[in-house]
Design a protein around this ligand. Structure first.
Ligand code: SF4
Length: 469
């Protein structure tokens, strides 16, 4: 705290210290407030003391709820000012927006073999003025490079190699047996904790496969091999499933395709609100649209360029009304001062807006990362604080919150969901059996039983499902 105050001019330090003396909000919250005060002060070119006093005055209706409640309100208010007025977390974000930021590449690369494909033509016509380079083989471009710059280039390529694969199994965790295919690699949204920042470091250019038919043929061949089995197949491993959908209209090919496969379901996972194409399609209940969610106050700081939480939940309500099942992923849960009330608020938003009878499932998980991700994320987003908490190395090599804290966080959300409704299954994501037992008080399900629970739920939701508009 003293070190932080030292960053302010002499005349300001006393004013700020006096405010915190009268409002004992705790060390962590004080540091967060000072950080935000510094940002707003820089943006508005006003003194830090004036900024803090004005913010406290604006939030003074919570005066009677004690200093910590006031402190949290002041912090959230100041952070919303930063978000609205300018730069955030080291990345320059459109000042006018707290909403989804559409992708606008600065240059295009196209492999000659797909130049005339419908996907390449569709994308190119939307960006007639940006530089375009035609190349023979994109594999020669798969080299390490700065992530931020690479995400401004869009490569249209012929995907080679594996078209469908089982979702990588996590050792020591209860896995749930789904499949993935990756027509898009990398994502223009900027979540500070995004694993792709390290996972794709050797191949960071945003890449879109133009040979979509090859994916569809491979999927159809695989699901026909086992007609008795239900396949859950997602696209959210290497990108956000809908972030580019306005540009690619990929959902217009995928949703009707899955609608006619009797034993396969598609899951589209997103942090956007790009559902325009979906609303015009008949999924026959074979596409689940899933949103990853956390309380607004933390999403605002850590999920840049994404739709706000309110916008995501509104989009989920609209997609439910159009007949799609909705999945929810409360993952990663983030620990911060005031997390209990914030997650309670998120649950209230969900139960207020969504119909539990049309929810396919809810997963719950917490922040996890490896050393490589922390290094690149803290370089790209120097002001993120999520890696500054206390973590422990788990058997899978990832850093996670301490067991006691994870249990406390999961229990709150688990029981909150149960209190809301018992219509839909919910499960812990990437956690071992002992954690399930601690949280639920019951034995963890066998992986096959969890897989069956989820596929049965899809069967229930799609039974007799047709277009509702
Ligand atoms: S939306 Fe998903 S893929 Fe995109 S940056 Fe965020 S975590 Fe990464």
């Amino acid at each position: 705290m003293t070190r932080k105050l030292g960053r302010f001019p002499d005349g300001e330090r006393g004013r700020l210290a006096a405010w915190f003396e009268h409002h004992p909000v705790g060390v962590n919250l004080s540091l967060e407030i000072l950080e935000a005060v510094e940002d707003v002060s820089r943006l508005r070119e006003q003194s830090a003391g004036t900024i803090l006093q004005a913010a406290a005055l604006t939030c003074s209706e919570s005066k009677n709820r004690g200093p910590r409640a006031l402190g949290r309100q002041v912090r959230d208010y100041l952070m919303s000012c930063v978000r609205q007025e300018g730069g955030m977390w080291g990345e320059k974000i459109d000042a006018a927006s707290r909403s989804f930021q559409p992708f606008s590449p600065e240059s295009l690369i196209v492999e000659r073999s797909v130049v005339t494909s419908p996907m390449a033509v569709r994308v190119r016509t939307q960006f007639p003025k940006i530089p375009l380079e035609e190349i023979d083989d994109f594999r020669a471009w798969k080299v390490p490079g700065p992530m931020t710059e690479a995400k401004r280039i869009l490569a249209l390529v012929r995907h080679r190699g594996s078209f469908l694969k089982p979702f990588p199994k996590i050792r020591h965790a209860v896995n749930c047996g789904d499949y993935v295919f990756n027509p898009v690699s990398n994502c223009h949204l900027e979540c500070t904790y995004c694993i792709l920042q390290s996972y794709l470091k050797n191949n960071p250019v945003l890449t879109l496969a133009a040979n979509i038919d090859d994916f569809l043929q491979a999927i159809e061949a695989r699901v026909r091999e086992e007609p008795e089995r239900i396949f859950r197949i997602g696209t959210g491993e290497l990108s956000d499933s809908l972030a580019l959908d306005d540009l690619t209209s990929l959902s217009r090919e995928l949703v009707p395709f899955f609608a006619r496969l009797p034993n396969a379901f598609l899951e589209l996972k997103t942090k956007s609100d790009r559902i325009g194409n979906l609303l015009e399609l008949d999924s026959r209940g074979h596409t689940v649209v899933s949103w990853s969610l956390m309380p607004e106050v933390i999403a605002m700081r850590e999920e840049l360029k994404c739709a706000s939480i309110t916008e995501r939940i509104d989009a989920a309500a609209r997609i439910q009304a159009a007949g799609y099942p909705v999945g929810l992923h409360l993952d990663p849960m983030i620990h911060f001062d005031g997390w209990q009330e914030a997650y309670q608020g998120l649950m209230a938003q969900l139960s207020d807006k969504l119909d539990p009878r049309r929810i396919a499932w809810v997963s719950i998980g917490s922040l996890r990362f490896d050393r490589a991700l922390k290094e690149v994320a803290t370089q790209r987003f120097p002001k993120t604080k999520i890696f500054a908490d206390d973590f422990i190395a788990a058997p899978d090599g990832k850093m996670r919150y301490f067991k006691k804290l994870r249990i406390e966080m999961y229990r709150q959300v688990w029981h909150g969901l149960r209190a809301w409704s018992d219509e839909f299954p919910h499960y812990l994501s990437m956690e071992p059996a002992w954690m399930w037992e601690e949280v639920t008080g019951a034995p963890a399900p066998e992986p096959l039983r969890l897989e069956r629970t989820l596929t049965n739920r899809l069967g229930q939701l799609s039974n007799g499902q047709s277009r509702k508009m």
